[in-house]
Write a protein that binds this ligand. Structure first.
Ligand SMILES: Cc1ncc(C[n+]2csc(CCOP(=O)(O)OP(=O)(O)O)c2C)c(N)n1
Ligand SMILES: [Mg+2]
Length: 574
């Protein structure tokens, strides 16, 4: 507890609280509404203030920091416009269960409700986007509410907290005792829960574990993998959570993302017991709620989640266990393994299908730039501690399907599906681990949403490697368009700038790769330099997913449409 007898300004108290909660880094775009906080940071060089170029990028950096470290990502933005730009990262932190503390400047208290300059009622604006929103109206309450913000952001199901800071409150002076650091509160599984889990598991024929969600430490990941191995339990993971269980282990079965393997989806449907640990079993992971029936899942469902509110929310579990991930994983690994489980052939078959999926699909192979071969090379090249970040878009199917994730390496991707995540997340990851290789995957669409944060990366002297998949379109949406409205392309074609010239203008290393054999040398050159690098991959637009082509999708849609028309014609002849 740090007590100060001399009065401090509200802004200084905010920074004293940041220190008390052991904040090492904060991401910001400056604003005149919180000058007092900035000025107090001038005297706190131990907090690295990263000056970003747009609040969306800054918010994604704070989110990626939270996802990577488990500690709240701290974001400082100005009132209305700053908060609006930042909202995408706050929404992502909410959907992705990432701890984050957002400090937003606010108009002076005596001007509130006049629609003063840039005034927004942040409680209303962020109500459905954040885990908690508050405004600090009294300087003496800064320590209390900052403490509450860090507690709420990290406890139970982690998430983003927004604190509005009226500018006159930041100027007020107060004597206040600041306490910290926060202590994240998490539930533990009970002995009866664990005994019931073991009993249900022992009775199963075709069990499968699904790991996902936030709040996993490296130790918890290690423990849950050992638990799976001890009972020979196949483990899949939820959307963009592939780094929880080492993908090279014989128990790992793949991911339930947007490009999930049809074989894995079929296995999860056929399983008689699903042990979901940490995953919400959201829309993407549940393959549009098709994996399980609602509300009765139609199989034994054991759902372990840090939040009581999530358990039984959509699916009614046979056994619900409220627990933090480290607490559950430690208890699971201490359980007596189920003896000689009868599902060994089931686990082996699931794994064999995953391994078969690592062979590139014929429809998406060959060509001057063979992405299957590029990804296979990268899988072998990346060290164990590499951090892979991803934007949202169809290109992400390539790293998701072909790379091997594991701790301490990480996969940082927006389960919210927010475009623009890849570059800022890579910058944030490289700030945390400058000694590691950080590779950020982006499409041409997503890159131009937040690619300006390359400037931040150059300014901070950190060099992630950005792989830019340029197919001159919003490919994901074009794919959906061809499925629903074949041949009617609208709003999805992109006319791009010269990406390598753009990257060089930022001071980054840049190269364009259009042949398989040119990828490795370009990557090695990027990896040996210590500045940001952009490798543009000239993608054949036909290669719309890792499994099929754009024309195949269009032809299937046309065939479906004509079969439907024919059926209609038979019903109403003449
Ligand atoms: C911020 C945001 N805007 C729009 C979308 C809808 N959306 C999803 S994927 C996508 C296209 C992505 O294009 P690109 O980055 O080029 O990747 P590609 O799909 O072509 O590989 C769009 C527009 C989104 N998910 N997020
Ligand atoms: Mg694209």
């Amino acid at each position: 507890m740090a007590s100060n007898s001399a009065p401090l300004s509200g802004g200084q108290l905010v920074v004293v609280a940041l220190r008390a909660h052991r904040v090492e880094i904060a991401f910001s775009v400056a604003g005149e509404s919180y000058l007092e906080v900035l000025d107090a940071l001038y005297d706190a060089p131990e907090i690295r203030l990263v000056t970003c170029r747009q609040e969306g990028g800054a918010a994604f950096m704070a989110e990626a920091y939270g996802k990577l470290t488990g500690k709240p990502g701290v974001l400082l933005v100005t009132r209305g416009p700053g908060a609006c730009n930042a909202s995408i990262g706050i929404h992502t932190a909410f959907q992705d269960s990432t701890p984050m503390v957002v400090l937003v400047g606010q108009v002076a208290r005596h001007q509130i409700d006049r629609e003063a300059f840039q005034e927004v009622d942040f409680r209303r604006m962020f109500a459905p986007l954040a885990k908690w929103v508050a405004q600090i109206d009294l300087a003496e309450r800064v320590p209390e509410l900052m403490n509450q913000a860090f507690q709420v952001a990290t406890s139970g199901r982690p998430g983003p907290v927004v604190l509005a800071l009226p500018e006159d409150m930041l100027r007020d002076r107060a004597v206040a005792a600041v306490s910290g650091p926060y202590q994240a509160v998490r539930a533990h599984p009970g002995a009866a829960d664990l005994a019931e889990l073991r009993r249900l598991l022992a009775a199963a024929e075709r069990p499968i574990m699904l790991v996902g969600g936030g709040g996993w430490s490296d130790a918890a990941c290690h423990d849950i993998a050992r638990f799976a191995e001890a009972s020979d339990l196949p483990v899949c993971c939820s959307f963009r959570r592939q780094d929880i269980v080492d993908n090279r282990l014989g128990v790992f079965a793949g991911d339930l993302g947007t490009g999930a393997s049809p074989a894995l989806v079929a296995r999860v449907k056929r399983s008689d017991l699903l042990l979901a640990v940490g995953a919400r079993i959201g829309e993407i992971t549940s393959q549009s709620y098709s994996l399980l029936d609602i509300p009765d899942p139609g199989k034994t469902l054991i759902h372990v989640h840090p939040s009581a509110e999530e358990l039984g929310r959509v699916f009614r579990p046979t056994l619900a266990i409220q627990s933090g991930m480290p607490e559950f994983a430690a208890a699971a690994v201490a359980l007596r393994p189920v003896p000689a489980p009868r599902w060994a052939p089931w686990r082996a078959a699931v794994r064999a299908e995953y391994e078969a999926g690592l062979l590139p699909s014929p429809a998406a192979s060959g060509g001057a730039l063979d992405l299957g071969r590029v990804m296979t090379w990268l899988r072998d090249r990346l060290p164990d501690d590499a951090i892979v970040t991803s934007d949202a878009g169809n290109f992400s199917g390539w790293p998701n399907r072909f790379l091997h994730y594991r701790r301490p390496g990480r996969q940082l991707g927006p389960t919210s599906g927010a475009m623009g995540y890849g570059v800022p997340a890579a910058v944030a990851a490289k700030l945390v681990h400058p000694e590691r290789i950080v590779v950020g995957f982006c499409g041409d669409g997503g890159f131009l949403m937040t690619g300006q944060e390359l400037a931040t990366s150059l300014a901070e002297g950190v060099g992630p490697i950005i792989l830019l998949f340029n197919n001159a379109m919003y490919g994901t949406i074009r794919m959906h368009q061809e499925r629903r409205f074949p041949g009617r392309v609208v709003g999805t074609a992109l006319k791009n700038p010269d990406f390598t010239a753009l990257a060089r203008a930022y001071g980054a290393f840049a190269a364009t790769v259009s042949r398989t054999e040119d990828f490795a040398p370009a990557f090695e050159e990027a990896a040996t330099g210590n500045r940001a690098a952009v490798i543009e991959l000239a993608i054949d637009p036909e290669l719309i997913t890792t499994r099929t082509t754009l024309s195949a999708i269009r032809h299937q849609a046309e065939a479906r449409a004509s079969a439907k028309a024919e059926a209609r014609g038979r019903k109403n002849p003449g």
